[in-house]
Design a protein around this ligand. Structure first.
Ligand code: ZN
Length: 454
């Protein structure tokens, strides 16, 4: 089982290279990364025999942890209209109050829930940096360290993305008072990224983020690009989430947002979050650059953002991931289901993501796209059930509702389109099983919520 720190697992079925393979021997090294995975092998005596089919976990490529404390609290309308912008004003109410201690508790609860939801790495798009009055903490990364501690405590991997946030809008010189905790410039963001990476915390790494084209103008983005240079770190950006943003961008720059972003020079490090409102030409430019797209179907539905052009993104071969974003959804099954169902509802068709003759399963096409997009989104060298990737995986429960009685070939379809709750019984990160519920943590979370909303 464990000699020289390595562990060998045996799975009756495992999802490798886009299909189920039988009797798979999976050996993880002492560093928690896969050494080899070999199908068609009987289980030797000293093996950890896994009780069900094994799926790779996914990266949650877009999260704002503090918004977990707001999920479920913005679902009533008390004026004529309610949209993204009115939601944002109410969300700032939480953003203005959360302390580092509270953030740590909220994020630990969230990260435990994300593990339960089948994510084993989370990209934290982190813009809540300063004290409630807008002044820096004694250690200006106090809030970032709170997130890192939460990740360490829950056992999830973390890609911390300190955010460049400098303007309230396209034509605004600075920020609104309610955005005072977010204020940064390119130098601040790059310093944060370097300090987090230099800290060398297990399973924690940093990249950078640009809040949006409205919050970071062309000169801010150029300054950040100059500092990042060719460093191998992910660069995330919110883009084209709302029609209003597209209109404002065209008015300010003469270009649509994805087009304006592409003019900055995208590459495989860039991850375009949402990218909801796009043209075919914009998608083609993103595809040429190697950049990825991060779709957050649960949040985009909740906020009334619109539907991404899924077929065009998939058809262009743009690497794709999903994210929990505002935390109204916290598992990838629900994201993939929403992603496909949004298209079916909008187009009055079925199996929109499927590729007849090549990949007839919508679930498999979406899942494979996300496995393939995960490494770049998180700034990791590789991802999935392959040698070199971290030994992260899920062990399915074939007696779970939605999977019971299905033939092996339909298991992933059952997971995405027929399961209730999470149809796996074990979640592993780096070869070690993780807790997906913690009663004491839940108590602390409830206390934090009552302090926040008292
Ligand atoms: Zn976001």
């Amino acid at each position: 089982m464990s000699s020289t720190g390595s562990t060998t697992f045996h799975a009756p079925l495992a999802w490798i290279d886009g299909r189920w393979q039988r009797d798979v021997l999976m050996r993880a090294g002492a560093d928690g990364h896969w050494r080899e995975l070999i199908a068609g092998q009987p289980a030797p005596l000293d093996t950890v025999r896994l009780s069900g089919p094994v799926l790779p976990s996914l990266v949650d490529a877009h999260s704002h942890a503090f918004q977990r404390a707001f999920a479920g609290l913005a679902e009533q309308r008390d004026s004529d209209s309610d949209d993204f912008w009115s939601w944002r004003d109410r969300m700032y109410g939480v953003a203005l109050r959360v302390t580092p201690d509270q953030l740590k508790t909220i994020a630990t609860q969230l990260y435990t829930e994300l593990l339960a939801g089948g994510y084993t790495q989370v990209c934290e798009f982190h813009y809540l940096h300063h004290r409630e009055d807008g002044s820096p903490y004694e250690d200006e990364l106090a809030m970032a360290w709170a997130l890192a501690e939460a990740a360490q405590q829950s056992g999830i991997g973390l890609t911390l993305l300190p955010v460049l946030y400098a303007h309230a809008g396209f034509a605004q010189p600075g920020l609104r008072d309610t955005q005072r905790r977010f204020r940064t410039d390119a130098a601040w963001v790059w310093r944060a990224c370097e300090r987090i990476n230099a800290a060398g915390l297990p399973r924690v790494r940093a990249g950078v983020a640009v809040h949006s084209l409205r919050a970071a103008h062309a000169q801010d983005i150029r300054a950040l690009q100059a500092l990042v240079g060719d460093a191998d770190v992910p660069v995330h950006v919110h883009v084209a989430e709302q029609q209003q943003e597209v209109k404002d961008c065209v008015a300010a720059t003469g270009k649509r947002p994805i087009e304006a972003l592409a003019d900055h020079g995208l590459d495989a490090r860039w991850q375009l979050v949402h990218a909801t409102h796009s043209t075919r030409e914009e998608i083609a430019r993103v595809a040429d650059s190697g950049a990825g797209v991060v779709i957050c179907p649960g949040t985009e539905a909740n906020l009334g953002d619109g539907l991404a052009d899924l077929e065009c993104w998939l058809g262009a071969g743009v690497p794709m991931t999903v994210g929990s974003d505002s935390q109204v959804t916290r598992g990838w099954v629900e994201e993939l289901r929403w992603l496909e169902y949004g298209q079916r509802l909008g187009q009055q068709r079925r199996n929109v993501a499927a590729q007849p003759g090549r990949q007839p399963s919508s679930a498999a096409r979406l899942f494979e796209a996300c496995v393939a997009g995960s490494a770049n989104a998180a700034g990791l060298a590789s991802w999935g059930l392959r040698a070199g990737a971290r030994a992260d995986f899920l062990v399915l429960d074939t007696s779970a509702s939605g999977l019971a009685g299905l033939p092996d070939g339909a298991l992933l379809d059952g997971v995405v389109f027929a399961s209730q709750g999470t149809p796996w019984r074990e979640v592993y990160v780096g070869g070690h099983r993780r807790a997906t519920d913690d009663a004491a943590l839940r108590e602390r979370y409830i206390e934090t919520m009552s302090a926040l909303w008292r």
